[in-house]
Design a binder for this molecule. Structure first.
Ligand SMILES: Cc1ncc(COP(=O)(O)O)c(C=O)c1O
Length: 457
């Protein structure tokens, strides 16, 4: 059996898959401050109308425009590997596959939606994009996409990650993006937060508020905001991962997948791999689908399904999601991309519908898994991705205990070559396990979700 399968460029999927068309129950709409569903034009100052239409779409298949395919061909289709060296080290009867999204120019899955969002914005006449970034992968991806399309890009990067990963800023600058530590003095939201909490490590919720303020504050109307996860259109763009993976598994001769795994921050790389398999599950296939989150920021495994804002200043509509509350300030773990307070509405809905089995894992087990992967398969993966590797290892060990020959696939969402400070701390024994207790979660929710409407599916 080969160790990896490539697809040719003409085998690239030409449509994205929209899970909203197949999810059981009602898709809950975003709500405004008054508790009523928002209309598309209410989002018009923040996003271009072509993306707003996509956000609200319930069409099952959506054509990928040729202009976006031309951008994606620069690194796609991405390879699907079989982790034979990891399997051997684990002495497991399981077959482990991973979809390698680290081959993109920015080093993760994020460019899949960055080029699509930048392209739709440009079609709509937009010249500048603003955004937030946690670990820096998304800010790099959007800076890269804007460089390819001749647009400007401004990135508000969560302060703790800005300090932990200085080369991410350099990478964004290399692509012409401007990267600022958040909270910053550039926005009213940032100034207010700095006055109240001068030493805050920042959060994605704060950085999103700053980026939206910067976009809507441009009175020329030529700036919009772009989000790297959570929203329906972002999940949609990422489904190219799972659609390619299915073709590649077929070429590997795999007829049945048992377990699909992805780490989940806002939900996009997980959704990208998993949603095409969720469709199979809805149609009767027996597949275990596992989003993995950090025990220090547990949304799917610890919080109720509720309406909540996407950002600290309540500039976004309320979205139906599992959430720790929009005012949540996460612990400064190195998996910066998994520190978001909420989870994608489509992922949250699928969990409520019993289609997924979420799991929370502590950081030491994740880094342990990352080291094992690096020393067997050879790839150093991002701290976020370590969560998926840890889960795949757990699942392969279970297969060994049960004597089952199961097929596991996980998403290798990004490389960790800019995240070595975290690995270094782990190897020096300087990292601890951080987990939120039920009481911590209760308090966090009490501060910012109590009284919000409850979605029903
Ligand atoms: C490598 C990597 N994996 C995963 C994530 C989590 O994001 P999402 O859940 O949207 O895939 C991030 C976010 O920055 C990331 O950089």
């Amino acid at each position: 059996m080969p160790t990896k399968i490539f697809l040719s460029e003409d085998e690239i999927p030409r449509q994205w898959y929209n899970l909203a068309a197949d999810l059981p129950g009602t898709i809950n709409p975003p709500l405004g401050q008054d508790g009523n569903p928002i209309s598309p034009d209410m989002l018009g100052a923040v996003f271009p109308m072509n993306l707003i239409e996509q956000e609200m779409s319930q069409e099952r298949w959506i054509d990928i425009p040729e202009g976006i395919l031309d951008l994606l061909y620069r690194w796609r289709p991405s390879p699907l590997h079989r982790a034979i060296y990891l399997e051997k080290a684990l002495d497991t009867p399981a077959k482990i596959f991973y979809k390698n999204e680290s081959v993109s120019p920015a080093g993760s899955h994020k460019p899949n939606t960055a080029v699509a969002q930048a392209w739709y914005n440009k079609e709509f006449g937009i010249k500048r994009l603003t955004t937030e970034t946690g670990a820096g992968q998304w800010g790099s991806a959007l800076s890269h996409a804007c460089a390819l399309l001749g647009m400007e890009c401004k990135v508000f990067m969560v302060r703790v990650s800005f300090e932990q990963k200085p080369f991410r800023k350099s990478l964004m600058q290399t692509w012409g993006g401007k990267c600022i530590a958040s909270p910053s003095n550039e926005t009213q939201v940032g100034r207010d937060i700095l006055a109240e909490m001068p030493d805050t490590p920042g959060s994605l919720g704060i950085a999103i508020s700053e980026a939206i303020e910067a976009a809507v504050g441009d009175k020329t109307g030529k700036t919009r905001y772009s989000l790297g996860s959570v929203l329906n259109h972002v999940m949609l763009h990422q489904t190219i991962i799972g659609l390619e993976a299915k073709k590649q598994l077929d070429k590997f001769g795999i007829k049945k997948v048992d377990t699909v795994i992805g780490c989940a921050g806002g939900g996009s790389n997980f959704a990208g791999l998993a949603f095409p398999f969720v469709q199979d599950k809805i149609n009767g296939a027996d597949i275990e689908i596992i989003p993995v989150e950090p025990a220090s920021c547990p949304t799917l495994t610890a919080t109720p399904f509720s309406y909540d804002f996407g950002d600290v200043a309540q500039m976004t509509p309320m979205l139906p999601m599992h959430s720790l509350g929009h005012k949540f300030i996460p612990a400064p773990i190195h998996a910066g991309g998994l520190r978001y307070h909420g989870m994608a509405p489509l992922v949250s809905h699928a969990v409520e519908a019993g289609l997924m089995r979420p799991m929370a894992i502590k950081q030491l087990e994740c880094y342990e898994a990352g080291l094992m992967f690096a020393r067997t398969e050879g790839l150093v993966v991002a701290p976020e991705t370590c969560h998926a590797v840890a889960c795949a290892i757990r699942s392969a060990k279970e297969a060994k205990e049960e004597g089952k020959e199961k097929t596991i696939i996980f998403n290798l969402s990004g490389h960790g070559l800019m995240d070595l400070a975290g690995y270094e701390k782990f190897m020096a024994g300087e990292l601890q396990n951080i987990a939120m207790s039920a009481q911590d979660v209760e308090e966090s929710i009490g501060i910012s979700i109590a009284g919000h409407p409850v979605p029903k599916i």
